[in-house]
Design a protein around this ligand. Structure first.
Ligand code: BYC
Length: 470
């Protein structure tokens, strides 16, 4: 069926004037719709949800809010405004004009970056597809669906780049993005964290805090790219990403607040009996999601990352505001390494240490969020502190993957790990307990007993607004 692009797909890339691209997207679109039907949110597809839809890139008003049935969401294609005469800010091509087309020699590397980024978007939707049936409130249900439709829009954003700039292999990659499945044994998603389960809402809120924040740092690095369409696409995606991290940060803040209320009310640390989540268990979930998200930055030393940087494909966070040669010819960077069963700090060529550089910025950002949760605990007069575990804890990628590290950063033996990991990571029983709290609450303005209401509603609406019409 022909699509009226101006109507169906809000865009600022002149879709209606590009026949070739239209045809490619027309061929891809039915596959996307059936993927959404099969792997998108389970249930609720015929319900009206109060959603934000991106309709322009105007900083003053880029989105509109209104009731939409999810399959009818207008997945638009937007690139942030072009910067006139934009110059490449880093790498071997620093100072040259940014590219509007893909240079032949970088085609493979660039495609791989775009595919890796694109793959995470549908993966997260797949991971979250069963959460609707256990929502703690209509407000939260709407936020889940907002995150889901926007991740799907981010898939469109990457598929647009593949179709518009990579010819036949781009079309094949776009197809493959609809074929892989989170957690599948035969055809899994590309990155580790996107094959983990998101079985309950505590996991979802941790995911949006920690894993979406990886998205922020990766997108910000790609927003520096010499390939201008990628840079502009990622810049616009970041505006939506902010809400996803807001869902995580305020969500965990509300869980913590509720636990504190129950602790005070019943004068105990063990609030499970009263339908809450112990702060110690919140810490275990934090340990898990933080560590799998740290893996998403890749190994501490990476020639891939060095090449991406030198080629001009992927920059550093806030590349342009850094005061150095932007080529890292002689610069050094201190990284954490495992040496002879000890964790040590070593200076390494900064060019090779770019994954670690980005991870450091991410860690500092996570720490700021954790400090805000701790404020909630301290204001309640409770003596407990949430902490980020050591960066080497529970890692599957990088130097620390080869050893076992405690949350406070000591290397231990396999036997010690086996004896103690249940103190640090959620056990099957604890996950089951959290699962048992997940009973749907769907009356407007009502909230499950394990999470406090938010401070305010979405888009100036009341907290008891009917965010989803059931
Ligand atoms: N899992 O040289 P290294 C988001 C592989 S999230 C599995 O260190 P590199 C979102 C690696 O491929 C942001 N494999 O890797 C959030 C390499 O394989 P080869 C997504 C991994 O390339 C929430 C080998 O190990 N965007 O947007 O420097 C909801 C050696 O590693 C992993 C991006 O990631 C892993 N975690 O760095 C929705 C940006 N890590 O070459 C969305 C694009 C590494 O030996 N991606 N490997 O076969 C990249 O920039 C890079 O691919 C990575 C990896 C930073 C991820």
């Amino acid at each position: 069926m022909a699509i009226d692009y101006a109507e169906r797909i809000p865009n600022n890339v002149n879709l209606s004037e590009n026949r070739r691209l239209q045809r490619a997207l027309e061929q891809w679109q039915p596959g996307f719709q059936s993927w959404w039907g099969e792997m998108g949110p389970a249930g609720f597809q015929d319900k009206e949800v109060y959603l934000r839809t991106a309709t322009s890139v105007d900083a003053q008003g880029w989105a509109t809010f209104g009731y939409v049935k999810m399959p009818e969401y207008r997945w638009g294609i937007f690139l942030a405004e072009a910067e006139r005469d934009r110059k490449i800010a880093f790498g071997e091509h620093r100072g040259e004009p940014a590219w509007q087309e893909v240079p032949g020699e970088y085609r493979g590397a660039l495609r791989r970056l775009i595919v890796t980024q694109g793959d995470t978007e549908p993966a997260s939707v797949e991971q979250q597809r069963h959460l609707g049936s256990t929502c703690p409130s209509l407000y939260d249900l709407r936020n889940l669906f907002q995150v889901n439709v926007e991740e799907a829009r981010h898939l469109w954003a990457m598929v647009y780049l593949l179709h518009a700039h990579f010819g036949r292999d781009g079309r094949e990659e776009a197809e493959a993005l609809l074929q892989r499945r989170s957690g599948s044994a035969d055809n899994p998603r590309i990155l580790g964290a996107f094959n983990e389960q998101t079985p309950d809402w505590l996991s979802f809120l941790m995911f949006t805090f920690f894993t979406d924040r990886d998205g922020k740092y990766q997108l910000a690095s790609l927003a520096e790219s010499a390939f201008d369409p990628l840079a502009r696409t990622c810049r616009f995606m970041l505006t939506e990403e902010a809400h996803h991290m807001f869902v995580g940060e305020t969500g965990i803040g509300r869980v913590v607040q509720r636990s504190c209320e129950l602790m005070k009310q019943h004068d105990t640390d063990e609030v499970g009996r009263f339908g809450g989540i112990d702060l110690k268990l919140v810490q275990k979930y934090l340990n898990f999601h933080y560590s799998v998200s740290l893996d998403l930055f890749g190994a501490e030393l990476s020639t891939n990352a060095a090449n991406y940087f030198s080629m001009g494909l992927k920059g550093r966070f806030s590349e342009e505001s850094r005061e150095d040669d932007h080529q890292l010819k002689h610069a050094l960077y201190t990284i954490t390494q495992v040496n002879d069963q000890r964790i040590v700090q070593r200076e390494q060529p900064a060019l090779l240490a770019l994954n670690e550089t980005l991870r450091d910025a991410y860690i500092a950002d996570c720490a700021r969020g954790v400090a805000r949760w701790n404020k909630v605990i301290h204001s309640a007069g409770i003596d407990f502190e949430l902490r980020l575990p050591h960066r080497g804890f529970h890692r599957a990628i990088g130097g620390c993957a080869a050893v076992k590290v405690t949350p406070d950063g000591r290397i231990i033996t396999e036997a010690e790990w086996d004896a103690h990991h249940a103190q640090w990571l959620p056990t099957a029983e604890e996950r089951k307990f959290v699962g048992s709290l997940m009973k749907p609450v769907t009356a407007p303005g009502q909230f499950a007993g394990w999470i406090a209401p938010p401070a305010r509603g979405i888009n100036h609406q009341a907290i008891d607004f009917e965010y989803v019409r059931l």
